[in-house]
Design a protein around this ligand. Structure first.
Ligand SMILES: [Zn+2]
Length: 355
């Protein structure tokens, strides 16, 4: 079945981790076998595996991290200008992959329909992997007026926050509300038609963002706080508010978001399986009363590898194993199609009704 995965940091992996995603997983892992560091030699994403797993459409990110005092740094930049330039570099990666026929844009309804038709009707080796461009953390938007420039470059979604604090909002691991620039950013996003991703916002910033911003909202890679407590996760009340706004919520496969009390670098992935991902999908479906708001946003290769994925997920292609798991829980083929791709397709069709 076609999969629409709402969160993959593809260009960040290609540039900051120096991974050649056109190679098989085994080749990428072998190239890193001597490298120290979390996730090295253990990645789960590459273009051949996305094809094998029918991950034909995804949201791919621009992810230029700023240096933040509050969190352990991951490839950070000391200035916003460096972050902006790095994002332009990541965009150049996507543009080059498009020229090579490996990737293809999804920026409007027409391109979305083409993507779905290409993959639903049986993709072949020449069918590109389609993607919507998103920015995780608005560090690379130098001022709110620049939202429009990024729109013209193909960007369609912005998550204002990431880990730590930036010029617009406090994110994961922090407290507090939007900064004045963050309020201006949201107003400009609404004016331009940029979609809001609430993932990584603090609780207060989440509330404020939903008040200020009246456009389409999604949660790209976000699990349930009721199942695994953490400020990074959505409360049931937040999930209800998102559902009321027509949002879709992508279930993430990062093990610490799936297993209560996970300790990074210590807990073994043996303790968690894809059943836990299904638990988070199911909670959103139960809160909604239907299967139209839960989906996938795997975040695979998002700074971690198989040391921090469910034990039965060694490749992104293993997402297909969720089909029998959901079937056993009573989900119909229609429900599973909703979760696997139709909810995201419907979301973007609605968000882009005018373009
Ligand atoms: Zn993230």
């Amino acid at each position: 079945m076609l999969i629409f995965d709402a969160h993959l940091d593809v260009a960040w992996n290609a540039l900051d981790w120096n991974r050649d995603y056109e190679q098989p997983l085994a080749v990428i892992r072998a190239a890193e076998s001597e490298m120290p560091g979390k996730g090295r030699g253990r990645n789960t994403v590459c273009f051949p595996e996305m094809r094998r797993g029918q991950v034909g459409i995804s949201i791919m990110t621009l992810l230029p991290k700023l240096l933040r005092d509050t969190m352990p740094p991951l490839q950070p930049y000391r200035s916003a200008v460096s972050a902006y330039a790095a994002a332009r570099g990541q965009l150049a990666y996507y543009e080059t992959m498009i020229e090579r026929g490996v990737l293809a844009w999804v920026r409007n309804r027409w391109e979305l329909e083409r993507a779905v038709a290409s993959w639903e009707n049986g993709a072949d080796m020449n069918t590109p992997l389609f993607f919507v461009l998103s920015m995780e953390g608005a560090d690379a938007i130098l001022h709110p007026r620049q939202v429009e420039e990024w729109w013209h470059r193909g960007l369609r979604i912005v998550g204002p926050a990431h880990y730590g604090v930036n010029a617009y909002a406090p994110g994961t691991g922090c407290e507090g509300g939007l900064f004045p620039a963050g309020r201006d950013l949201l107003r400009e996003m609404e004016r331009v038609g940029m979609i809001l991703d609430v993932t990584h916002l603090t609780d207060q910033a989440f509330d404020e963002a939903l008040e200020i911003y009246h456009g389409p909202v999604l949660a790209s890679h976000h699990n349930c706080r009721a199942l695994v407590p953490h400020q990074r996760q959505l409360t049931d009340e937040q999930i209800r508010r998102l559902i009321a706004r027509g949002a879709v919520i992508g279930a993430a496969c990062d093990a610490w978001m799936l297993y209560p009390g996970w300790v990074r670098g210590e807990t073994s992935p043996e303790v968690v399986s894809l059943e836990a991902v299904a638990d988070h999908i199911d909670r959103v479906c139960q809160l909604a009363g239907n299967s139209r708001h839960s989906a996938l946003g795997s975040d695979l290769d998002g700074g971690f590898g198989t040391e921090q994925t469910p034990r039965d997920l060694q490749s992104i292609a293993d997402l297909q194993k969720l089909i029998p798991i959901l079937e056993r829980r009573g989900y119909t083929q229609d429900d599973i199609r909703n979760i696997f791709y139709r909810n995201w397709v419907r979301f973007f069709q609605t968000a882009w009704k005018d373009n």
